[in-house]
Ligand binder design. Structure first.
Ligand SMILES: [Zn+2]
Length: 81
């Protein structure tokens, strides 16, 4: 994948978390006391299943120091309903 900012080839890798990995809109915060708590408008990038850590593929540009993550298909569909 080419970086949309500088057109360099981006490096594929993964981002891991030991619990829910999500993007939360500015001004919102995860409510609740569990490790799976998220705000209503959060975009879930990866979920933690049992012994398997949450993991999502991400492209990294070394030039721009930017990371691009695709939101998993099933989560974006769920949002549109
Ligand atoms: Zn770049």
């Amino acid at each position: 994948m080419k970086c949309p900012y500088c057109d360099s080839e981006m490096k594929l890798g993964t981002i891991n978390a030991s619990n829910l990995l999500s993007w939360t809109p500015d001004g919102e915060s995860a409510s609740g006391v569990t490790r799976w708590a998220k705000s209503p408008n959060a975009v879930v990038l990866a979920k933690w299943y049992g012994l398997i850590d949450a993991s999502v593929e991400a492209f990294y540009c070394e030039e721009c120091k930017k990371i691009i993550i695709d939101v998993p298909e099933k989560e974006s569909k769920k949002k549109s309903i």
